[in-house]
Design a protein around this ligand. Structure first.
Ligand SMILES: NC(=O)c1ccc[n+]([C@@H]2O[C@H](COP(=O)([O-])OP(=O)(O)OC[C@H]3O[C@@H](n4cnc5c(N)ncnc54)[C@H](OP(=O)(O)O)[C@@H]3O)[C@@H](O)[C@H]2O)c1
Length: 321
């Protein structure tokens, strides 16, 4: 039986992916910070598809929560509640509008939530991944400052983990929420590529894949924006205009099914190191931002992230060193 852990699997693209996975007989662990909604979703998915769906408390913005979730997952494996881990889907995330805020560890919320939490989760759960398992990261086309997606949301800045974690603390000019978001997704793509390079060096058969679901209006993603803006974002007219100006557009079911396929479908068994984009009903491997291929920057991002999450030698699996 295939088994997948997905963060943010109770809503939006993650829920659509979870539904697809459950329908193809995959056991699931839904990891997230909304226990009631997760339990409800787990109940529905297991009743509809006869698979095992468990829930795991995880707030990706808190390093303590990530460590406790990893310990909880290990306990589930030990007790037999979960049968294994064939794919780890790092999907939770968001754009945090309003004033810059900080995680319990004192790191800027967007970078802590979208980047550092998943970075640590991958390190801690890697030893439990199947030998041919997959790590799939939900990134975003906004990570590419040369694309329309990137220009509309806000061009990325330098993917410097230390600066991004401390952003706003030096009294300097503060980045917009859009730029904080797009830059966090550039870092996400770079984590996926750097993980792939480390795995290849270690002769591992585990895959690391980056995914852009496209612009998907019908999720909770824009929840912080005013109601009229959210309403407009869902109209057919805006979808038409978005396509005309070159935005990468998709819908929640297609993007969720694409994410599920990247996690378990044999068609993507050799996809490690690639960046996939869902666009208008097609999922294809495409080029990501020029900067995302910078190996020196990616290695630094990885090493700085390792320090920011206070990773100990015991916690770090050998292939990822
Ligand atoms: N929708 C788009 O247009 C779009 C485009 C490109 C990329 N994406 C990416 O797609 C992914 C899914 O987003 P979505 O569009 O499906 O929006 P969504 O419905 O808001 O889903 C986001 C999920 O992330 C979870 N999450 C947020 N902060 C968290 C935290 N600190 N700890 C644990 N879970 C947390 C949310 O949990 P709660 O319900 O508890 O808040 C929710 O389950 C995100 O990574 C997003 O950046 C979305």
């Amino acid at each position: 039986m295939t088994s997948v852990l997905i963060t943010g699997g109770h809503s939006g693209i993650g829920l659509a992916a979870a539904r697809t996975l459950a329908a193809r007989g995959t056991d699931l662990v839904l990891a997230g910070r909304s226990p009631d909604r997760m339990r409800r979703t787990a109940g529905e998915l297991s009743a509809d598809h006869g698979v095992s769906v468990t829930t795991l408390a995880l707030d990706t913005s808190s390093l303590a929560s990530v460590r406790s979730a990893a310990a909880g997952f290990r306990a589930m494996l030990d007790s037999g509640e979960v049968s294994g881990l064939d794919a780890l889907v790092c999907n939770a995330g968001g754009r945090f509008d309003g004033d810059v805020s900080y995680s319990p560890d004192g790191y800027e919320t967007t970078f802590a939530t979208n980047c550092l939490g998943h970075f640590l989760l991958v390190e801690l759960l890697f030893p439990h991944l199947a030998g041919t398992g997959r790590v799939v990261y939900t990134a975003s086309g906004t990570h590419d400052r040369d694309s329309m997606d990137g220009r509309l949301v806000g061009a990325t800045v330098e993917p410097d983990a230390v600066a991004l974690a401390a952003h706003g603390k030096d009294g300097g000019r503060v980045l917009s929420a859009g730029k904080r978001y797009s830059t966090s997704k550039l870092c996400t793509v770079m984590y996926a590529y750097e993980l792939d390079r480390r795995l290849r060096r270690a002769d591992s058969a585990v895959s690391s894949i980056a995914f852009d679901p496209g612009s998907v209006p019908d999720t909770g993603f824009l929840r912080a924006l005013p109601k009229p803006v959210r309403w407009v974002s869902r109209t057919a007219a805006l979808n038409w205009v978005s396509k005309r100006v070159g935005v990468t557009t998709s819908d929640v079911d297609f993007s969720g099914a694409s994410l599920a396929a990247l996690a378990v479908d044999p068609r993507y068994a050799d996809a490690s190191g690639a960046y996939f984009q869902a666009h208008d009903g097609t999922l294809s491997a495409v080029r990501s931002a020029r900067l995302s291929y910078d190996e020196r920057r990616a290695a630094r991002l990885w090493d700085d992230s390792r320090r920011l999450v206070h990773l100990t030698d015991e916690e770090e699996p050998t292939p990822l060193r």
